[in-house]
Design a protein around this ligand. Sequence first.
Ligand code: DC
Length: 232
Amino acid sequence: MALRGVVAMDGPSGTGKSTVSRRLAQACSAAYLDTGAMYRAATLAVLRAGLGDDAPAAELARVATAASIESGTDPSAPTITLDGADVSAEIRGPEVTALVSAVSAVPEVRTELVARQHALIRAAVDGGGGIVVEGRDIGTVVVPEAPLKVYLTASPEVRAARRGRQDARAGRESDLHRTLADVERRDRLDSSRRVSPLYAAADALVLDTDLLSADAVLARLRELVAERGLGG
Ligand code: DC
């Protein structure tokens, strides 16, 4: 199956969004863009500049918008580099995770990264293929005209347990209570920020993944691609 156009995948962390977005892109021979990884790489640049969440927003913006970030769009091998070096593991660490909501709430950072996302999306679509784009504001801000928008949800407890399993697989230490507190804190920050808060677009299909396996979500997404006439 091929894909024409953009599939917008939004929702909070721990809903299985990355797994199913990548697998959908692979199944459709489409490109894949993880916009969260871009915010994380910009946040790593901020940390490397010695800044924290007590830094003025203008300083965060200056460093984050100047960061040299390259995002690969191959779903079989997604890559993200900062200053030419692969940072895919480092951007998932606790320091970046603790600061990323603050950095991604700065309006200038969003304007810059959305412009870069538009360029990557345009390149994929102009090349005649489709792209699955995941994030928090894809269906509402980045590609509001996307022909398929999906918003994944799950309870905080299920999402914290998924994050814990991901940490264990990656060899990162984690504690379920702390992970749950972090999930809830980031939800609050991401949903209440002034610019591009996290919410489902009015025309997004909302899928609750508490009781759905990744295979079941993927099967539903493939049905939706076919039903909307986006497959080839
Ligand atoms: O999906 P993730 O956990 O890797 O995202 C990291 C952070 O980036 C998350 O706290 C919110 C932010 N983000 C955003 O504000 N907008 C996006 N399109 C993607 C991520």
